[in-house]
Write a protein that binds this ligand. Structure first.
Ligand code: BTN
Length: 224
């Protein structure tokens, strides 16, 4: 495992996507600041310099990246478990992989790549930020705002990375599914996804989301 650290970069996801050919499996790119942090869809990711974690993990193990769906949800699971270890309560996952604490968004995850060659898992986790812009799409929070604890971001990164080693375990998929089903932020909520409206009933064994009679594998939850 190698960590490449920047003080400022446009986007850690973009860096790994542009350089994956020369980089090894499990290279981590972390930056104190992103000038063009990407969110899902066409959104941006805004994070104050040095206060939070914005990093990406490059995976090139072909067998592993085939498990795209479980890795996507599994990344949220790893972050959620790490937050619970710090002592946060009411942690949940908003399918596919946003992490919420007390109904507020604390972490966003963006996957980029190409299923035959590489996968980049980009994670934005709000750690010590005290104030956020008021115009964000989802109400944000941070570890500090939820617990009053100031956390050393480098140490937290090392904990998260070591928790990521479990993605290779045989039990990882089953554990992820069990956790997500029992910490499903959308459970029972009326949502819109891919123009389908309905109530979230469960997360299925294949990591799709069940909205009434519809089994949905990808998409963005629009209202909830
Ligand atoms: C979302 O919730 O829309 C996903 C946000 C993902 C943000 C992270 S921060 C590190 C990595 N680099 C990026 O440009 N985006 C991801």
């Amino acid at each position: 495992m190698k960590i490449i650290k920047f003080e400022t970069i446009d986007s850690t996801n973009k860096y790994l996507c542009s350089n994956y050919k020369e980089l090894d499996n499990f290279t981590i790119c972390v930056s104190d600041e992103q000038t063009s942090g990407r969110g899902r869809e066409t959104r941006v990711w805004v994070s104050s310099k040095g206060e939070n974690l914005t990093f990406s993990i490059l995976l090139k193990d072909k067998e592993l990246i085939k498990k795209y769906a479980s890795l996507s949800l599994g990344s949220g699971y790893i972050i959620a478990k790490t937050l619970e270890e710090i002592g946060l309560k009411n942690v949940s996952i908003k399918w596919p992989n946003d992490v919420y604490v007390n109904e507020k968004k604390i972490c966003g995850i963006l996957l980029n790549g190409n299923i035959n060659e590489y996968l980049v898992i980009g994670i934005g986790l709000n750690v010590n930020q005290k104030e956020f812009p008021t115009n964000l799409r989802h109400v944000p929070t941070s570890i500090y705002l939820e617990s009053g604890k100031v956390i050393n971001t480098s140490e937290l990164l090392m904990t998260i990375i070591s928790n990521f080693n479990h993605v290779n375990d045989d039990e990882f998929e089953e554990e992820t599914l069990k956790y997500i089903r029992s910490h499903n932020y959308l459970l029972g909520k009326y949502v819109t996804i891919n123009n389908i409206k309905g109530t979230c009933l469960d997360i299925n064994q294949d990591f799709s989301i069940q909205i009434d009679d519809n089994k949905i594998f990808s998409g963005e939850i629009e209202n909830f």
